[in-house]
Design a binder for this molecule. Structure first.
Ligand SMILES: CC(C)(COP(=O)(O)OP(=O)(O)OC[C@H]1O[C@@H](n2cnc3c(N)ncnc32)[C@H](O)[C@@H]1OP(=O)(O)O)[C@@H](O)C(=O)NCCC(=O)NCCS
Length: 382
């Protein structure tokens, strides 16, 4: 696999002292993913980075090796399991993967925090063209509140500058003053409630919320599935998807996410035909190697071409995703709804989707980006 080393020149570049986006970052170095240079935070006499600067001062942030991934996945489970009060954090969220798949994906940069050579936390930055987000950010529960999360963020932020990311955001727990305050230190501000919502695709004994659920493996009329297309058709579909998202927000580009889903076998991209190419598409995950979790198909990202047919095409997209979930034996369909995208959210509620996890999206510079009324996008920034 390609070596994409990174990049924790945080203190040296002034990030840890609050100068985010420092021009001192060497963009070419980061872009090339070639070097494995690391910097120990605060080594050069930077200002203290918190009440427990001592632990943070011994932290090294760089790209984790393959051998660190199982430990990163274990810390991910322990951190979320402990925070959410699971009885056995070691086994929490064993039904999903947020570490190996992201580490492999070309549009994701991985960050590991090491204390005396031992992995103690990790973070992942994802690039959707001009839009980026980070997470899951996790620190071993025994070592939290010592500045390690902050060191990981300091190591992550320059990646977005190197990519030239215009809109950067994250999803976090709205009720946690600590989370909101931590991200605020890096220029992120809480905006709208954002819910990961789910609905059963075929409720027992009740009418389906999705019209004409179909078991047809290739989808229904007016729909197609990326995996079923020829190479030429795939190229055309990617071009059309890029064109669609670019109209919604300049530079927004999910083609790498579509490619990673296909290459890693994480699910499928459902495509809805329209008069001007693809009218809507959704990147759907399911299965234990994906981010979906057991018994569900997760719309990792979905978008509808702007125009008078957007609302109708959004409903077609939801139907197609429901049909796909049924076809692959997933009883539930999940979708991320930022409540700033009011119409998209209301239609999910009307379809019977209920919030399973409710948090808040935080945006760098408080920039709304594509989270605006009238935009039909489903996304998951976890
Ligand atoms: C979130 C998480 C990654 C943070 O890592 P951490 O190493 O504990 O964080 P740090 O110690 O670097 O930073 C926490 C900061 O919040 C501050 N803080 C804590 N509680 C606070 C409060 N109630 N109000 C304001 N600030 C608060 C701390 O003072 C510290 O800032 P400082 O270093 O400037 O003093 C870690 O707690 C974790 O893994 N949690 C479980 C998984 C999770 O929720 N991940 C994030 C999902 S979005």
């Amino acid at each position: 696999m390609e070596s994409r080393g990174l990049i924790a020149c945080a203190a040296e570049d002034g990030v840890a002292s609050g100068k985010h986006g420092s021009a001192a970052l060497r963009p070419a170095f980061v872009r090339e993913f070639g070097s494995h240079r690391t910097t120990e935070l605060t080594k050069r006499g930077d200002p203290p980075i918190g009440p427990s600067a001592e632990a943070a001062s011994r932290i090294v942030v760089d790209r984790p090796d393959e051998q660190h991934l199982p430990e990163a996945a274990r810390i991910f489970r322990l951190a979320f399991g402990t925070f959410l009060g699971a009885p056995d954090p070691e086994t929490f969220w064993r039904d999903r993967d947020y570490v190996h798949g992201r580490h492999q994906a070309a549009h994701v940069a991985s960050f590991g925090a090491k204390l005396e050579g031992k992995l103690v936390g990790s973070n992942f930055a994802t690039k959707w063209g001009s839009v980026g987000f980070f997470g899951p950010l996790t620190v071993h529960p025994d070592l939290q509140e010592r500045g390690i999360g902050r060191a990981l963020l300091a190591g992550t932020m320059p990646q977005f500058d190197a990519w030239g990311t215009r809109q950067v955001g994250l999803f976090t727990f709205a009720h946690s003053a600590k989370h909101v305050a931590l991200y605020q230190k890096f220029g992120f501000y809480a905006r709208f409630l954002t819910a990961i919502m789910s609905a059963p695709v075929a409720p027992r004994g009740g009418a389906s919320r999705f019209s004409e659920l179909s078991e047809a493996p290739h989808g229904r009329a007016g729909e197609s599935r990326f995996s079923q297309l020829s190479e030429t058709q795939r190229r055309e579909a990617l071009r059309s998807c890029r064109d669609l998202t670019d109209e919604l927000y300049a530079g927004l580009d999910l083609t790498a996410g579509i490619g990673a889903t296909q290459e890693q076998g994480l699910g499928e991209t459902v495509l809805i035909d329209g008069a001007h190419g693809i009218a809507a598409f959704a990147v759907c995950h399911h299965g234990p190697r994906s981010e979906a979790g057991a018994e569900r198909c997760l719309i990792k990202f979905g978008a509808v071409r702007a125009g008078p047919l957007a609302e109708q095409d959004y409903l077609r997209l939801l139907d197609a995703c429901g049909a796909y979930a049924a076809a692959v034996g997933m009883p539930n369909l999940s979708a991320g709804a930022n409540m700033a995208r009011h119409e998209a959210y209301r239609h999910l509620v009307a379809r019977g989707f209920r919030a399973e996890i409710q948090g808040v999206s935080m945006h760098r510079h408080n920039d709304p980006g594509y989270c605006r009324p009238g935009i039909y996008i489903i996304d998951d920034w976890r």
